[in-house]
Design a protein around this ligand. Sequence first.
Ligand code: GLN
Length: 199
Amino acid sequence: TPVIGVLALQGDVREHLIALAAADAVARPVRRPEELAEVDGLVIPGGESTTISKLAVLFGVMEPLRARVRDGMPVYGTCAGMIMLADKILDPRSGQETIGGIDMIVRRNAFGRQNESFEAAVDVDGVPGDPVEGVFIRAPWVESVGAEAEVLAEYGGHIVAVRQGNALATSFHPELTGDHRVHSLFVDMVRANRTPESL
Ligand code: GLN
């Protein structure tokens, strides 16, 4: 069974732990470099990306995160987590850094004031069956992606789900819906990445 961490500095950590367990992974919170070293994959939750960024630096886990993502550890970011996986933020707050890993430019709080939070059906490539219920909460969208990044979903003409190699990101929050299909897709990515001996 793959062991998947949830970066537990700020945000909706608990919901991801529950969703991962429901998708047949062993899930545990990760705050420190030693804890990061022990997981096969990592989820970066929704929350507030500037806060997560600053706490990651403070806890000494930012560089280890970048190193593991560069080495190909599977990662999945939702909302603020998507922002953390972007190589570039269009409108960063001062002191805001990202882990990077996906060649994309994200716009924070992109869906605007009138629609700060809403739900919409989203068709995600790689998720079988009906569209997923996309919960968007002050969500980013992806302005543009590089050649290596694969667009998995769009909503309202904007990119809201992207995959590049072992990195997956969604603007929305599947961990809040009780539908674990996107988490299952990620757990499958983690399984596929493990060496045959560890299966
Ligand atoms: N707007 C938040 C940010 O910029 C993200 C919101 C969320 O994760 N639900 O980090």
